[in-house]
Design a protein around this ligand. Structure first.
Ligand SMILES: [Fe+2]
Length: 346
């Protein structure tokens, strides 16, 4: 029975500042039955205080992440004004969620966030300043032609941005409908220009077996936007077997890349948190949902059996040769100004 007091504050920030819940709105809060249900209850209490009507749905834990939810949940999603996802097995990018977005005012994905992570990543951080940093990262990236990444784990990867828009996936409901936990800005470079090696040392999820326990970096060779080889130690063997099990070529296609800049995010097994670790570089493959392709106006880049995310720690990132960050520390002057105001010691 810990963290309830701080959790209330984090839930208030989520409901009032991030989601801007209004009087009379129906707010659906859902999760599968492996999650920490304290986050559901705290969020529901804050919705009630804000004058909204909270509904909590808990459903069976699906075997495969990013697969369609049970029909009653899909129906409930269609009838809510605001939808809050805590499910450990995310249903982001599913058809049910895509349909619901046509009706919802706002949706936030907080996959697998437990109470302690919610306190730290929502309650304790300077959310407005972190959003400013994310907006600036998007702005400078959208002016560039090429993004290149290296890392101590052995990453050496580049891609042409080619006019594809990078966005701050965090932020607030007055600026966007689909919202992720703050501290992540990303986009989808031109797939056929994505080449090199991605060496994941922070986390790869799913499958559950790997999580953050990576002893030997998982090296994924990428050619023209497709993972063509996976090497490393036992963790690489797990990922290779996992991806092969789908028998779906689209599970090997790079779907997006992201910066991570949440000053309080830790390298944990919680994907929502570890994807945002300060100075990481994060890559997703498998389904490229509408969120990732704003240029397609609601359509998928492509569908796959699931979606996967990997994290590279202490990344160095260059835009047209100019460094944005080196070894996980931001160096670009405009970013440094904001970081100073955030009070973050890199
Ligand atoms: Fe992803």
């Amino acid at each position: 029975m810990t963290w309830y007091i701080e959790l209330g504050k984090a839930a208030d920030t989520l409901v009032n500042y991030i989601l801007k819940v209004k009087k009379g709105e129906d707010v659906l809060i859902y999760g599968d039955d492996v999650l920490d249900d304290a986050v559901l209850k705290a969020t529901a209490a804050s919705v009630k205080s804000a004058g909204g009507t909270p509904t909590i749905v808990i459903y069976e834990t699906r075997e495969i992440s990013f697969s369609e939810p049970p029909k009653p949940l899909a129906a409930a999603m269609m009838d809510s004004d605001v939808t809050v996802e805590f499910s450990a097995k995310a249903i982001l990018y599913t058809q049910a969620q895509t349909n619901a977005l046509k009706r919802n005012r706002a949706y936030i994905c907080l996959t697998s966030l437990d109470r302690e992570a919610m306190v730290r990543t929502i309650g304790w951080v300077n959310y407005p300043k972190m959003a400013e940093l994310g907006d600036k990262l998007a702005e400078i990236t959208n002016k560039a032609e090429e993004i290149k990444i290296t890392s101590p784990s052995g990453t050496d990867f580049s891609a042409k941005i080619g006019g594809r828009k990078f966005e701050n996936f965090g932020g607030t409901a007055d600026k966007r409908k689909v919202i992720m936990l703050g501290g992540q800005t990303g986009g989808s470079p031109i797939e056929k220009t994505e080449n090199g090696v991605l060496a994941f040392d922070g986390n790869v999820w799913p499958p559950d077996e790997i999580k953050s326990n990576i002893r030997t970096p998982i090296k994924c060779k990428v050619e023209k936007g497709i993972i063509t080889d996976i090497s490393g130690g036992s963790e690489a063997d797990i990922l290779r077997r996992y991806l092969a099990s789908f028998k779906d070529p689209n599970m090997y296609r790079i779907a997006h890349v992201c910066y991570g800049y949440h000053p309080l995010a830790r390298v944990t097994g919680d994907i929502s948190e570890v994807e945002r670790v300060w100075g990481c570089f994060q890559v997703g493959w498998g389904t490229q949902g509408p969120l990732l392709r704003p240029d397609l106006a609601g359509s998928y880049g492509w569908r796959a059996a699931s979606h996967d995310d990997g994290i590279i720690l202490k990344a160095s990132i260059y835009l047209d040769g100019d460094p944005v960050q080196k070894d996980g520390k931001f160096v670009q002057p405009e970013l440094l100004e904001i970081i100073k105001e955030m009070g973050v010691e890199q």
